[in-house]
Design a protein around this ligand. Structure first.
Ligand SMILES: NC(=O)c1ccc[n+]([C@@H]2O[C@H](COP(=O)([O-])OP(=O)(O)OC[C@H]3O[C@@H](n4cnc5c(N)ncnc54)[C@H](O)[C@@H]3O)[C@@H](O)[C@H]2O)c1
Length: 294
Protein backbone atom coordinates (compact mmCIF):
# COMPACT_ATOMS: atom_id res chain seq x y z
CA UNK A 1 0.00 0.00 0.00
CA UNK A 2 1.49 3.32 -1.07
CA UNK A 3 0.08 6.68 -0.03
CA UNK A 4 0.14 9.20 -2.84
CA UNK A 5 0.17 12.92 -2.18
CA UNK A 6 -1.91 14.74 -4.79
CA UNK A 7 -2.30 18.43 -3.91
CA UNK A 8 -4.56 20.52 -6.14
CA UNK A 9 -1.62 22.71 -7.20
CA UNK A 10 0.68 19.85 -8.27
CA UNK A 11 3.09 21.24 -10.93
CA UNK A 12 2.39 18.12 -13.05
CA UNK A 13 -1.13 19.44 -13.66
CA UNK A 14 0.26 22.29 -15.80
CA UNK A 15 0.99 19.62 -18.42
CA UNK A 16 -2.75 19.56 -19.10
CA UNK A 17 -2.33 22.79 -21.10
CA UNK A 18 -3.38 22.30 -24.75
CA UNK A 19 -4.19 18.63 -24.19
CA UNK A 20 -7.18 17.32 -26.12
CA UNK A 21 -9.59 15.60 -23.76
CA UNK A 22 -12.68 13.41 -24.14
CA UNK A 23 -14.69 12.73 -20.98
CA UNK A 24 -17.97 10.92 -20.41
CA UNK A 25 -20.48 11.95 -17.74
CA UNK A 26 -19.29 15.56 -17.50
CA UNK A 27 -22.52 17.43 -16.83
CA UNK A 28 -22.50 17.06 -13.03
CA UNK A 29 -20.48 15.74 -10.10
CA UNK A 30 -16.95 14.38 -10.50
CA UNK A 31 -17.06 14.75 -14.29
CA UNK A 32 -18.16 18.41 -14.19
CA UNK A 33 -15.46 19.20 -11.63
CA UNK A 34 -12.86 17.54 -13.86
CA UNK A 35 -14.10 19.50 -16.89
CA UNK A 36 -13.72 22.75 -14.91
CA UNK A 37 -10.22 21.86 -13.71
CA UNK A 38 -9.01 20.87 -17.15
CA UNK A 39 -10.48 23.99 -18.70
CA UNK A 40 -8.76 26.12 -16.04
CA UNK A 41 -5.46 24.44 -16.92
CA UNK A 42 -5.83 25.32 -20.62
CA UNK A 43 -6.99 21.98 -22.05
CA UNK A 44 -9.51 21.45 -24.85
CA UNK A 45 -12.32 19.56 -23.17
CA UNK A 46 -15.04 17.59 -24.95
CA UNK A 47 -17.66 15.77 -22.94
CA UNK A 48 -20.60 13.47 -23.59
CA UNK A 49 -23.59 13.30 -21.28
CA UNK A 50 -27.30 12.49 -21.30
CA UNK A 51 -27.97 15.50 -19.07
CA UNK A 52 -28.47 18.18 -21.70
CA UNK A 53 -29.50 20.97 -19.30
CA UNK A 54 -26.41 20.87 -17.11
CA UNK A 55 -24.09 19.95 -20.00
CA UNK A 56 -25.14 22.91 -22.13
CA UNK A 57 -24.98 25.26 -19.13
CA UNK A 58 -21.43 24.13 -18.27
CA UNK A 59 -20.07 24.47 -21.80
CA UNK A 60 -21.75 27.88 -22.18
CA UNK A 61 -20.26 29.05 -18.89
CA UNK A 62 -16.73 27.89 -19.71
CA UNK A 63 -16.67 29.01 -23.34
CA UNK A 64 -15.06 27.99 -26.61
CA UNK A 65 -12.57 25.38 -25.42
CA UNK A 66 -15.25 23.24 -23.79
CA UNK A 67 -17.65 21.37 -26.07
CA UNK A 68 -20.68 19.45 -24.88
CA UNK A 69 -21.99 16.47 -26.87
CA UNK A 70 -25.47 15.36 -25.85
CA UNK A 71 -25.76 11.58 -25.98
CA UNK A 72 -25.41 8.32 -24.11
CA UNK A 73 -22.41 6.10 -23.46
CA UNK A 74 -24.72 3.16 -24.15
CA UNK A 75 -25.16 4.27 -27.77
CA UNK A 76 -22.17 3.38 -29.94
CA UNK A 77 -23.04 6.01 -32.57
CA UNK A 78 -23.09 8.76 -29.91
CA UNK A 79 -19.64 7.83 -28.64
CA UNK A 80 -18.17 7.28 -32.12
CA UNK A 81 -19.42 10.72 -33.17
CA UNK A 82 -17.55 12.39 -30.29
CA UNK A 83 -14.24 10.69 -31.15
CA UNK A 84 -14.57 11.34 -34.89
CA UNK A 85 -15.54 14.97 -34.40
CA UNK A 86 -12.79 15.70 -31.86
CA UNK A 87 -10.12 14.13 -34.07
CA UNK A 88 -11.47 15.99 -37.12
CA UNK A 89 -11.14 19.28 -35.22
CA UNK A 90 -7.90 18.68 -33.28
CA UNK A 91 -6.10 15.94 -35.24
CA UNK A 92 -5.70 13.64 -32.22
CA UNK A 93 -6.87 12.96 -28.65
CA UNK A 94 -4.50 12.91 -25.67
CA UNK A 95 -6.61 11.81 -22.71
CA UNK A 96 -9.90 9.94 -22.35
CA UNK A 97 -11.83 9.75 -19.09
CA UNK A 98 -14.44 6.97 -18.98
CA UNK A 99 -16.36 8.45 -16.08
CA UNK A 100 -20.11 8.06 -16.68
CA UNK A 101 -21.79 5.65 -14.31
CA UNK A 102 -25.14 5.39 -12.58
CA UNK A 103 -26.73 4.02 -9.50
CA UNK A 104 -29.65 6.41 -9.28
CA UNK A 105 -32.17 3.86 -10.51
CA UNK A 106 -33.52 1.05 -8.37
CA UNK A 107 -31.68 -2.12 -9.32
CA UNK A 108 -34.02 -4.84 -10.50
CA UNK A 109 -31.80 -7.94 -10.27
CA UNK A 110 -33.38 -9.18 -7.07
CA UNK A 111 -36.90 -7.86 -7.74
CA UNK A 112 -39.57 -10.47 -8.36
CA UNK A 113 -41.56 -8.56 -11.00
CA UNK A 114 -43.79 -10.61 -13.30
CA UNK A 115 -45.13 -9.93 -16.81
CA UNK A 116 -48.78 -10.09 -17.99
CA UNK A 117 -48.51 -13.87 -18.26
CA UNK A 118 -47.34 -14.09 -14.67
CA UNK A 119 -43.80 -15.10 -15.68
CA UNK A 120 -40.73 -13.73 -13.94
CA UNK A 121 -39.51 -10.65 -15.82
CA UNK A 122 -36.00 -10.34 -17.19
CA UNK A 123 -34.08 -7.61 -15.30
CA UNK A 124 -33.20 -4.51 -17.36
CA UNK A 125 -29.64 -4.30 -16.00
CA UNK A 126 -29.58 -0.62 -16.95
CA UNK A 127 -26.87 0.04 -14.35
CA UNK A 128 -24.64 -2.56 -15.99
CA UNK A 129 -25.35 -1.11 -19.42
CA UNK A 130 -24.11 2.37 -18.50
CA UNK A 131 -21.49 1.58 -15.88
CA UNK A 132 -19.76 -1.42 -17.53
CA UNK A 133 -20.85 -1.68 -21.17
CA UNK A 134 -20.57 2.12 -21.60
CA UNK A 135 -17.00 2.03 -20.25
CA UNK A 136 -16.09 -0.87 -22.54
CA UNK A 137 -17.29 1.13 -25.54
CA UNK A 138 -15.39 4.26 -24.45
CA UNK A 139 -12.26 2.17 -23.86
CA UNK A 140 -12.48 0.50 -27.26
CA UNK A 141 -12.77 3.89 -28.97
CA UNK A 142 -9.94 5.40 -26.92
CA UNK A 143 -7.53 2.56 -27.68
CA UNK A 144 -8.49 2.41 -31.34
CA UNK A 145 -7.99 6.17 -31.84
CA UNK A 146 -4.77 6.22 -29.74
CA UNK A 147 -3.32 3.39 -31.86
CA UNK A 148 -3.85 5.38 -35.07
CA UNK A 149 -2.01 8.50 -33.90
CA UNK A 150 1.69 9.20 -33.46
CA UNK A 151 1.42 10.49 -29.91
CA UNK A 152 0.78 8.81 -26.55
CA UNK A 153 -2.71 8.22 -25.21
CA UNK A 154 -3.96 8.00 -21.65
CA UNK A 155 -7.22 6.34 -20.58
CA UNK A 156 -8.48 6.82 -17.03
CA UNK A 157 -11.55 4.98 -15.81
CA UNK A 158 -13.66 6.03 -12.84
CA UNK A 159 -14.04 2.83 -10.86
CA UNK A 160 -15.13 2.80 -7.25
CA UNK A 161 -14.41 1.39 -3.83
CA UNK A 162 -17.03 -1.06 -5.15
CA UNK A 163 -14.37 -2.23 -7.62
CA UNK A 164 -12.71 -3.93 -4.63
CA UNK A 165 -15.23 -4.18 -1.79
CA UNK A 166 -18.61 -5.83 -1.35
CA UNK A 167 -21.46 -3.34 -1.46
CA UNK A 168 -24.63 -5.10 -0.36
CA UNK A 169 -27.82 -3.63 -1.81
CA UNK A 170 -26.34 -2.66 -5.19
CA UNK A 171 -25.20 -5.98 -6.71
CA UNK A 172 -25.32 -4.84 -10.34
CA UNK A 173 -23.29 -1.70 -9.63
CA UNK A 174 -20.86 -3.80 -7.59
CA UNK A 175 -20.46 -6.24 -10.49
CA UNK A 176 -20.05 -3.39 -13.01
CA UNK A 177 -17.35 -1.68 -10.95
CA UNK A 178 -15.49 -4.98 -10.44
CA UNK A 179 -15.83 -5.30 -14.21
CA UNK A 180 -14.02 -2.05 -15.01
CA UNK A 181 -11.18 -3.06 -12.68
CA UNK A 182 -10.95 -6.36 -14.59
CA UNK A 183 -10.71 -4.36 -17.79
CA UNK A 184 -7.74 -2.33 -16.51
CA UNK A 185 -6.00 -5.50 -15.31
CA UNK A 186 -6.55 -7.25 -18.62
CA UNK A 187 -5.31 -4.30 -20.66
CA UNK A 188 -2.15 -3.43 -18.75
CA UNK A 189 0.22 -6.15 -20.01
CA UNK A 190 -1.30 -6.22 -23.47
CA UNK A 191 -0.99 -2.45 -24.04
CA UNK A 192 2.51 -2.35 -22.53
CA UNK A 193 3.60 -4.89 -25.16
CA UNK A 194 2.31 -2.75 -28.05
CA UNK A 195 4.38 -0.11 -29.87
CA UNK A 196 1.75 2.60 -29.29
CA UNK A 197 2.30 4.40 -25.98
CA UNK A 198 -1.03 3.82 -24.28
CA UNK A 199 -1.59 3.94 -20.53
CA UNK A 200 -4.72 2.84 -18.68
CA UNK A 201 -5.48 3.45 -15.01
CA UNK A 202 -8.36 3.46 -12.54
CA UNK A 203 -9.51 5.78 -9.79
CA UNK A 204 -11.43 3.95 -7.06
CA UNK A 205 -13.29 6.52 -4.96
CA UNK A 206 -15.05 5.67 -1.73
CA UNK A 207 -18.00 7.96 -0.96
CA UNK A 208 -18.02 11.23 -2.93
CA UNK A 209 -20.47 14.03 -2.15
CA UNK A 210 -22.42 14.33 -5.43
CA UNK A 211 -26.07 13.98 -6.43
CA UNK A 212 -25.26 10.30 -6.86
CA UNK A 213 -24.95 9.91 -3.08
CA UNK A 214 -27.31 12.69 -1.92
CA UNK A 215 -29.88 10.19 -0.59
CA UNK A 216 -27.42 8.63 1.88
CA UNK A 217 -25.18 11.62 2.70
CA UNK A 218 -26.87 12.09 6.09
CA UNK A 219 -25.83 8.56 7.14
CA UNK A 220 -22.16 9.21 6.30
CA UNK A 221 -22.29 12.51 8.17
CA UNK A 222 -24.07 10.95 11.16
CA UNK A 223 -21.44 8.21 11.50
CA UNK A 224 -18.49 10.45 10.65
CA UNK A 225 -17.49 8.24 7.73
CA UNK A 226 -14.96 9.53 5.17
CA UNK A 227 -16.35 11.82 2.49
CA UNK A 228 -14.51 12.84 -0.69
CA UNK A 229 -15.35 16.03 -2.55
CA UNK A 230 -15.56 15.92 -6.37
CA UNK A 231 -12.42 18.10 -6.47
CA UNK A 232 -10.48 15.32 -4.68
CA UNK A 233 -11.44 12.82 -7.35
CA UNK A 234 -10.66 15.32 -10.11
CA UNK A 235 -7.14 15.57 -8.63
CA UNK A 236 -6.72 11.78 -8.75
CA UNK A 237 -8.08 11.59 -12.31
CA UNK A 238 -5.69 14.32 -13.51
CA UNK A 239 -2.77 12.71 -11.69
CA UNK A 240 -3.23 9.35 -13.39
CA UNK A 241 -3.95 10.97 -16.74
CA UNK A 242 -0.68 12.92 -16.72
CA UNK A 243 1.82 10.90 -14.66
CA UNK A 244 3.74 8.69 -17.11
CA UNK A 245 4.99 6.43 -14.29
CA UNK A 246 1.49 5.04 -13.80
CA UNK A 247 0.10 2.28 -16.01
CA UNK A 248 -2.30 -0.45 -14.93
CA UNK A 249 -2.51 1.11 -11.48
CA UNK A 250 -5.43 2.11 -9.28
CA UNK A 251 -5.77 4.93 -6.79
CA UNK A 252 -8.23 4.43 -3.93
CA UNK A 253 -9.58 7.69 -2.54
CA UNK A 254 -11.22 8.25 0.84
CA UNK A 255 -11.62 11.59 2.65
CA UNK A 256 -9.38 13.19 0.03
CA UNK A 257 -6.50 10.82 0.82
CA UNK A 258 -5.05 8.64 -1.92
CA UNK A 259 -3.55 5.16 -1.93
CA UNK A 260 -2.19 3.22 -4.90
CA UNK A 261 -3.36 -0.34 -4.32
CA UNK A 262 -2.81 -2.46 -7.42
CA UNK A 263 0.94 -2.78 -6.82
CA UNK A 264 0.54 -4.15 -3.31
CA UNK A 265 -2.28 -6.47 -4.38
CA UNK A 266 0.06 -7.97 -6.99
CA UNK A 267 3.03 -8.08 -4.61
CA UNK A 268 1.10 -9.89 -1.88
CA UNK A 269 -0.55 -12.41 -4.21
CA UNK A 270 1.55 -15.29 -2.91
CA UNK A 271 0.17 -14.55 0.57
CA UNK A 272 -3.50 -14.67 -0.34
CA UNK A 273 -3.37 -17.10 -3.26
CA UNK A 274 -0.56 -19.36 -2.09
CA UNK A 275 3.03 -19.66 -3.35
CA UNK A 276 2.32 -22.57 -5.69
CA UNK A 277 -0.46 -20.68 -7.48
CA UNK A 278 1.71 -17.56 -7.70
CA UNK A 279 4.58 -19.59 -9.21
CA UNK A 280 2.27 -20.98 -11.90
CA UNK A 281 1.03 -17.46 -12.73
CA UNK A 282 4.59 -16.14 -12.99
CA UNK A 283 5.58 -19.12 -15.15
CA UNK A 284 2.69 -18.48 -17.55
CA UNK A 285 3.51 -14.77 -17.78
CA UNK A 286 7.24 -15.39 -18.25
CA UNK A 287 6.47 -17.73 -21.13
CA UNK A 288 4.21 -15.12 -22.71
CA UNK A 289 1.18 -17.41 -22.60
CA UNK A 290 -2.13 -15.54 -22.82
CA UNK A 291 -5.72 -16.64 -22.82
CA UNK A 292 -7.65 -15.77 -25.96
CA UNK A 293 -6.61 -16.24 -29.55
CA UNK A 294 -2.97 -15.20 -30.09
N1 LIG B 1 -20.43 9.66 -5.81
C1 LIG B 1 -19.78 8.59 -5.31
O1 LIG B 1 -19.80 8.32 -4.10
C2 LIG B 1 -18.98 7.72 -6.22
C3 LIG B 1 -18.10 6.79 -5.64
C4 LIG B 1 -17.36 5.96 -6.47
C5 LIG B 1 -17.47 6.07 -7.83
N2 LIG B 1 -18.33 6.98 -8.36
C6 LIG B 1 -18.40 7.05 -9.82
O2 LIG B 1 -18.08 8.33 -10.26
C7 LIG B 1 -18.65 8.52 -11.55
C8 LIG B 1 -19.34 9.87 -11.57
O3 LIG B 1 -20.38 9.86 -10.61
P1 LIG B 1 -20.78 11.14 -9.74
O4 LIG B 1 -20.68 10.78 -8.33
O5 LIG B 1 -20.05 12.33 -10.24
O6 LIG B 1 -22.35 11.22 -10.05
P2 LIG B 1 -23.19 12.16 -11.01
O7 LIG B 1 -24.52 11.50 -11.10
O8 LIG B 1 -23.12 13.58 -10.55
O9 LIG B 1 -22.42 12.07 -12.40
C9 LIG B 1 -22.64 11.08 -13.35
C10 LIG B 1 -22.76 11.74 -14.71
O10 LIG B 1 -22.92 10.71 -15.69
C11 LIG B 1 -23.98 11.10 -16.54
N3 LIG B 1 -24.59 9.94 -17.17
C12 LIG B 1 -25.46 9.05 -16.64
N4 LIG B 1 -25.83 8.14 -17.54
C13 LIG B 1 -25.16 8.45 -18.69
C14 LIG B 1 -25.12 7.89 -19.98
N5 LIG B 1 -25.87 6.83 -20.29
N6 LIG B 1 -24.33 8.47 -20.92
C15 LIG B 1 -23.60 9.57 -20.62
N7 LIG B 1 -23.60 10.15 -19.40
C16 LIG B 1 -24.37 9.60 -18.45
C17 LIG B 1 -24.96 11.84 -15.63
O11 LIG B 1 -25.88 12.63 -16.36
C18 LIG B 1 -23.99 12.64 -14.79
O12 LIG B 1 -23.66 13.87 -15.40
C19 LIG B 1 -19.57 7.33 -11.79
O13 LIG B 1 -18.90 6.38 -12.61
C20 LIG B 1 -19.76 6.77 -10.40
O14 LIG B 1 -20.03 5.38 -10.44
C21 LIG B 1 -19.08 7.82 -7.59
Amino acid sequence: MTSVDIPADLPLFNEAKDKVIILTGGSTGIGAETVRRLHGLGAFVNFLDVDRTNGEALSKELGDNVRFYPGSVTVWADQLHVFEDVVARHGHVDIVFANAGIDDVVEDLLEDAVDEAGKLKEPTLVVLDVTLRGVLLTSKLAISFFRRQNSPGSLVITGSAASYLDTAGIPVYNAAKHGVLGLVRSLRDQLAAEPAEIRVNLVAPAFVQTKFTAHVLHLWQRDNLPINQPSDIANALLFLALNKDYHGRSIYAAAGKFTEIETSIEQTRATWLGQQNEDWIQQRKANGIRLGRQ
